[in-house]
Structure formats: structure tokens, C-alpha cells
Design a protein around this ligand. Structure first.
Ligand SMILES: [Fe+2]
Length: 374
């Protein structure tokens, strides 16, 4: 099954009230409602920038562990700098509603078994890409300054490469947030403004395939993201599976080469739409396609580290934003839920979306995944 491809160029190059833009925005909203995900085409994005970024991150994560440890900030809940492997737990392994989601999937469509609560064997770097708010934030810990690695050969390349690729993805995803708002019948700036001062993160993950390269190894267990929208550049290794909300099917993600990105809905978008758009479940595993790529890269680039980098950007709402379902969208969510139920698709227990600050929602999610002490 292929995900819908949404063209950001149409939105950027035509008036907002033109029929082409209106139609493309409706397709974007519908893709998020049906699949929780879409493929985004944006001519401004450069494949070369992604490649330069992947090279830098492969080099960074190939460093010895003592070097990487210098960039850890456990006192800030790892929300900046590096997180080493086997720290973060897949939320689903400890979360009941999530196990219920797995139960209701057809056995052939289920993720690899995450029981046993083992943390993920993946490392990650958080690089904040924020606009400082003109007000005092209640959530200082979630808005800490960036860590720059010290090692010669990496230090000089770091900031320009991270900022270049990070800005490409940030621009693409914040424009898509405008498209989604328009497509849902809201003013274009609704989500973009709510996320203007969000603690957005360029958040590449790294998996050492020389250590964790066996078939069916879970690199990141079945979970949803806690932010608003997540955007990914193309990884050099396949292995990302996503679940389409209204189809129950597991989809092996293939992002076409060129100016294409993958976007997935997160928990903040689910909350704000009262469940009309659901956060998309996903996992990263070593499958046959991953193994085939490992062999190909070993032969073509014998001197390069065998590290799977996922080029991920988490777009957040502002920490001080009041998160509560938009009434018209919550009504539509209830209507859709009833319609699905009548079609024989039981979505399980109805989820409550109590009003709260975005910063509180983030802190409560971090406790679940063992990054923040409760
Ligand atoms: Fe994720």
C-alpha cells in the first residue's frame, strides 16, 4: 500500500483560496485522518543536504562511547544532546491502551513483540531549533541550550550541517501544518502559530548495525510520538514500519528519492483534534530489506561505519500553549468514530483529552518512556 503524496509546491506557488490549493489541503487533512501519515513533496528540499547530514551523523555515532558520553544531559531528561542506546523504553511495553491496539490488529499485521520491557538499542541526538518566546516560559527544562560535540573533525561541521538540514525539514513541516489546518476548515495559521515557540527538535537516531544487524531485531519498538508532527528524510536503510489508523495495515515505508519527506501525526495533533487525527504507530526493525541494504553498503562503502541513521525532526506546539480539543473537530471525530463502528471497525475505548498545557503533556509522556524520573 502506498501513502498519499502531498505536494507542498502547489500550496507555496498558488493563492490560498485557489481551487488547487483548497483541494490539495483537503487531501493532506484526509491523509492524516485515514493514515496518520503522508509523503510530502517539497522542491526546496535538497537530497544532497540529507546526504551530508547522514555522513556527519554516521561519523558522530561511530565515535567511542566515552566521547559520546560527554554530550549526555540526564539532568535535563535527555531532552538535549545525546541519548545512548538502551536508555529509552518503547512506551507500548508499559502502556495498556497501546497493548490493546496491538491486540486488535490482525495477527499478520502486528509489530514485533515488545513484551519484556527492554529499552531500545538506539542512540539519539537532540538538537533544538527554536525561536525564543518573547515571554517567560513555565517550562525552562524543556527549553535548554544546545550541546555541540567537541571532537575535531566533527565540531566544525556540526552546527552548519544540523541547521541546514534541520531548517529544510522545519520549513516543510510547518508549511504542512498550514495545509492541514486549511484542509480541516480552520484558518491556515492555527497550528503554525500554536507551534511558533515550540521546542522543535532535530532528532536523528542511530543504530549500530554491526551489533544489532540480525533479522527481526527491534531498533525502536512500536510507539507513537508525543509531539505534534514528525517529519523524516530518507534513511539509507529500510526498516521503518507504520500503521495506517483506519486500515489496520502495516506499511513498510518507502520514501522516493529526491525531494520527498515522510510526515507522521503525533499525540499533540491527536489531542488538539479530539482524536479526529490519531497519532500514528510505528516501529523500526531489521527486516529483509534492511539486510539486503547492509550487504550492498558493505560492498560499495567498505570504509564507512555501518550505522543506520534516521533523519527525524519533531515539530512541537509551544510549551505554554493550552492544549484542548477544538470543538468542531472533536464533533467530527465522534461522528467518524460512530461511522467506523457501524462499518465493524471498533477503535476500542474512547480516549479522554483533558485540557492541559503542552509542557505538562510532554512531561507526562517522558515519564512513560523512562527518560524523566517520576
Ligand atoms: Fe517515533
Amino acid at each position: 500500500m502506498d501513502l498519499p503524496v502531498i505536494d507542498l509546491d502547489i500550496f507555496l506557488n498558488n493563492p490560498q483560496n485557489s481551487p488547487e490549493v483548497q483541494a490539495e489541503c483537503r487531501r493532506a487533512a484526509q491523509a492524516l485522518i485515514t493514515y496518520g501519515a503522508l509523503v510530502l513533496h517539497d522542491s526546496r528540499v535538497s537530497e544532497q543536504d540529507n546526504s551530508t547530514f547522514l555522513d556527519l551523523l554516521e561519523d558522530y555515532f561511530a565515535q567511542p562511547e566515552e566521547e559520546l558520553k560527554k554530550d549526555e544531559r540526564p539532568e535535563l531528561s535527555y531532552q538535549i544532546g545525546v541519548t545512548l542506546e538502551n536508555t529509552e523504553k518503547p512506551k507500548c511495553a508499559v502502556d495498556e491502551p497501546c497493548l490493546d491496539v496491538i491486540q486488535r490488529l490482525d495477527p499478520a499485521e502486528r509489530p514485533l513483540d515488545i513484551a519484556g520491557h527492554a529499552p531500545d538499542p538506539k542512540c539519539r541526538f537532540f538538537w533544538r531549533m527554536v525561536e525564543q518566546p518573547p515571554y517567560e516560559t513555565e517550562f525552562l527544562g524543556l527549553n535548554a541550550p544546545n550541546v555541540t560535540p567537541e571532537a575535531p573533525g566533527i565540531k566544525e561541521r556540526w552546527t552548519p550541517v544540523m541547521d541546514q538540514w534541520g531548517s529544510s525539514m522545519k520549513n516543510a513541516v510547518s508549511n504542512l501544518a498550514e495545509m492541514a489546518a486549511l484542509g480541516l476548515g480552520l484558518p491556515a495559521e492555527t497550528f503554525k502559530d500554536a507551534g511558533r515557540y515550540g521546542p522543535h527538535l532535530l532528532a536523528p537516531t542511530a543504530s549500530d548495525l554491526s551489533k544489532y544487524g540480525k533479522r527481526d531485531t527491534i531498533l525502536a519498538g512500536f510507539h507513537t510520538d508525543l509531539n505534534f508532527l514528525t517529519i523524516h528524510g530518507r534513511s539509507r536503510y529500510p526498516g521503518l514500519h507504520i500503521w495506517a489508523r483506519n486500515t489496520g495495515k502495516r506499511i513498510a515505508v518507502k520514501i522516493p528519492p529526491g525531494n520527498y519527506l515522510l510526515v507522521q501525526a503525533g499525540k499533540q495533533l491527536e489531542h488538539l483534534t479530539g482524536g479526529l487525527i490519531k497519532a500514528g504507530y510505528h516501529e523500526v526493525v531489521v527486516n529483509q530489506a534492511t539486510l539486503d541494504t547492509i550487504e550492498k553498503r558493505k560492498a560499495a562503502f567498505p570504509d564507512r561505519p555501518l550505522v543506520r541513521i534516521s533523519s527525524t525532526f519533531f515539530w512541537h506546539l509551544s510549551s505554554d500553549f493550552d492544549l484542548a480539543p477544538i470543538p468542531e473537530l472533536a464533533d467530527e471525530a465522534r461522528r467518524l468514530r460512530a461511522e467506523q463502528f457501524n462499518l465493524g471497525k471498533d477503535e476500542g475505548r474512547e480516549v479522554e483529552y483533558p485540557p492541559m498545557k503542552v509542557g505538562q503533556q510532554v512531561q507526562s509522556e517522558l515519564k512513560h518512556i523512562a527518560l524523566m524520573a517520576s
